[in-house]
Design a protein around this ligand. Sequence first.
Ligand SMILES: [Zn+2]
Length: 250
Amino acid sequence: MSFKDIVGQERAIKILTKSLKENKVSSSYIFVGSEGTGKKLTAIEFTKAVNCLNLNRNLEACDNCHSCNEINKQCCPDLKIVETTKGSIKIEQIREIRKEIELKPFRYKKKVYIIDKAEKMTLEASNCLLKTIEEPPYYAIIILICSKIDPILPTIISRCQIVNFGLITSLKIKELLLSKIDNLEKDKAKIISKLAQGSIGKAFKLSADKEYFIRREKMLDYLSIILPGKYGEDIFTKVEKIMSEIDRIE
Ligand SMILES: [Zn+2]
């Protein structure tokens, strides 16, 4: 796995590799974009690149050194991923970061904290994190990942470098599905790529949902009885699109 395996986020990756190249890595970032667009994957790859012991000329991690291996095996002492517990990120979790961050990296150059679903931080947690973001140790990088930026405290936003993650085109999603899933029919890949609405995460979820296509076939059969001809399929495709829009809004 490396930056080049992340689909459709060339702009975001360019910003990050540029900061590596110019030795201007920020101490705090906000990666913002819809679910399933590769934010967490990019954050992990960025951590690998920052701490890689054998970074190549294109500023890609080698995927083979001690640091890369530890990150791949999710046992790197200098990378911590914080996730929600019972739906939110609580002050205790941030206090723990504040305590740990005082200690220098165990093995590598930088100590990286990835806070996933950062928009779920409680107000207390946000205020607590703000103190660290205001005065981060020189060796620390904090990456906040969120699908919406509005719930993040403006005082945090103003101190972070924002990296936007756009939606992935259905063509790229289709190509990815066909390259990653054995025996996936082209027609199916096309339908999934349209329904995924720019989210690779959603596309893989749909691909794994075998029931979905069985239900779809049944519904199409039913519609072809009450609406003979192509109308049934057209209406069904429209309904699917509306339903996935509603999913996104929720
Ligand atoms: Zn490496």
